[in-house]
Structure formats: structure tokens, C-alpha cells
Design a protein around this ligand. Structure first.
Ligand code: G3H
Ligand code: ZN
Length: 282
């Protein structure tokens, strides 16, 4: 069923595992991620960036597609539809009004006072509708759709200020990057621990693609309860589709090359769910 992230993340924090946010791009992405979560009996978060929402024609279409798949695929695990890196109150409201069960308001590119102000406004509206809210402090490096950043570590006092808005979960940027890493990531674990102790909220790790398993495990042990993965599924899909098309240059029925791509996403997501420890936690 469709739910907000609040309960799944609080349980994850308590049980020392993390719930994956997997970003969707289309029907096949959504099928693959929902089937993977169901196979693993894991809660799951479907991340939707503003760019992906434009690609899929809008928030309303996405909600109806997800509802349809939950019905047709007989999905029984908890599913959240979450706006990823929401850029403004208006975008968050639009997603909530279309039926999203969770939103991220990413005010990290604004001065902290403005970030707190916009986050507070989103929390008020979202919570009145039973929708959960994620906020970000500091900046994640790399690029994802419209979101471009140089790495900037979250400051403890900013985390404390934003936590007071009543958010359900916080993404403190601590060295992670959207897209592939150049070399090993350099995550601020000491800061992660301090932030967890100060805000007492489940934390989010963005840029999950390419983070080695030992860093994932350490992050979870320090209060990270949600890990976002996007690029890894894109790489898995593109690799397989490229191989199939190269092997069968005359193929034109889209299903013959999209289905193997969908299977690759499902396998990738199952691997992540196991790594994050959320199997059998639905
Ligand atoms: O918000 C989504 C992510 O943080 C995904 O990052 O593409 O590096 O896995 P990634
Ligand atoms: Zn992100």
C-alpha cells in the first residue's frame, strides 16, 4: 500500500537498516523496483525528480501509474512516492495535491535562514495531509537532472536549525556525490554521528551509487536510515540494452530490448535491498 516514509524510516533507524529510495523514469523502472521490493519483502521508496516528473508528463500520471502497478502486481509491501530534490514550496504542494505520500524540499542552495523558512512552510502543508518531509543541508556533489553542486559538508548548527521545523528525516550532505564517484567517496562519519545525536532523526544518504559496502554499513550504524540510488540502475539498464541491440541490430520491437533492461534494474535493486538490510522488514 501507499504510505508516507515516516513509519518505515523510524523503524529502520530503530532496527539498524536502511530503506532504499530508487528513482523512477518510466513504467518499466517502476515495475522493476516494485517487483524487487515485493520479492524481498522490503519497504521501498520510489524517488521522482522534477526532471523525471516532466518526462512522465506530470505528478498525476505518476501517482496513477504507481497505484495501477500496486494493484496489478499485487504489491503488499509499504511503498512511498517521494518527490526527490523538490525545488520550491509550489512544486512540493503540486506533488502532494496529486497524491505523492512524501516530499523532499531541497533548500540547500539557499542561505540557511531561507532553507529553514521554505522547509517550515512545506512541513506545515505536508503534515496537514499526512505526507512526510525530507530536508537537505550542505550540498551533494555532482549532477542529477537540474541539481548541480560542489561538495559542501553540512554544518551541525544548520542541521539543528532545520530539524526544529518538524521534518521527518534529514539529508546532511557529508561528501556524497550524485552520479559516479571519482575515486573513493570521503564521507564525514564523525559529523554523521554528531548530527544523529543532535537531531535524533533518521538520516538520508544521497548519491548511493558507487559507495562501497563498508561505507554503507558504517553509515547505517551511524543513523542513516534511507539511501538514495539512481545512477546505478541507469547504468545497469543502459549496459544491457546496448548489449542486446548490438547483438540483434535488426531488433525493433521495443519489448525485446526493454525487458532485459528491466530485469537488470530488478537485479540491481534486489542487491541494494540486501546490502541495506531491509529484506523481510515489510
Ligand atoms: O536523489 C537521488 C540520489 O541522491 C541518487 O544518487 O544517482 O548517485 O545514485 P546517485
Ligand atoms: Zn540526491
Amino acid at each position: 500500500p501507499l504510505v508516507s516514509m515516516t513509519e518505515m524510516l523510524n523503524k529502520a533507524l530503530e532496527g539498524k537498516y536502511a530503506v532504499g529510495q530508487f528513482n523512477i523514469n518510466n513504467l518499466e523502472w517502476t515495475q522493476a523496483i516494485l517487483s524487487a521490493a515485493e520479492a524481498e519483502k522490503s519497504p521501498v521508496i520510489l524517488g521522482v525528480s522534477e526532471g523525471a516528473a516532466r518526462h512522465m508528463s506530470g505528478f498525476y500520471t505518476i501517482v496513477k501509474m504507481v497505484e495501477g502497478l500496486i494493484h496489478d502486481l499485487k504489491i503488499t509491501v509499504p511503498v512511498a512516492i517521494h518527490l526527490d530534490h523538490g525545488s520550491s514550496f509550489d512544486k512540493c504542494k503540486e506533488a502532494i495535491d496529486a497524491g505523492f505520500t512524501s516530499v523532499m524540499i531541497d533548500g540547500s542552495h539557499h542561505p540557511i535562514e531561507e532553507n529553514v523558512e521554505m522547509t517550515k512552510k512545506v512541513v506545515e502543508y505536508a503534515h496537514s495531509k499526512g505526507v512526510s518531509v525530507e530536508a537537505e543541508v550542505g550540498t551533494v556533489g555532482g549532477q542529477e537532472d537540474d541539481v548541480v553542486g560542489g561538495i559542501m559538508y553540512a554544518k551541525l548548527e544548520d542541521c539543528v536549525a532545520i530539524a526544529k521545523t518538524g521534518i521527518d528525516t534529514l539529508a546532511p550532505a557529508l561528501g556524497s556525490v550524485h552520479g559516479p564517484y571519482k575515486g573513493e567517496p570521503n564521507l564525514g562519519f564523525k559529523e554523521m554521528e554528531e548530527i544523529r545525536d543532535a537531531v535524533k532523526l533518521p538520516l538520508v544518504l544521497h548519491g548511493g551509487t558507487g559507495i562501497p559496502e563498508h561505507d554503507i554499513k558504517k553509515s547505517i550504524s551511524l543513523g542513516t536510515s534511507k539511501i538514495n540510488v539512481n545512477t546505478e540502475n541507469q547504468l545497469a539498464f543502459a549496459k544491457v540494452v546496448r548489449e542486446v541491440l548490438a547483438a540483434k541490430p535488426d531488433a525493433y520491437d521495443p519489448r525485446t530490448f526493454i525487458q532485459p533492461g528491466r530485469e537488470a534494474i530488478k537485479e540491481t535493486v534486489i542487491g541494494k535491498i540486501r546490502e541495506f538490510g531491509s529484506s523481510n522488514k515489510a
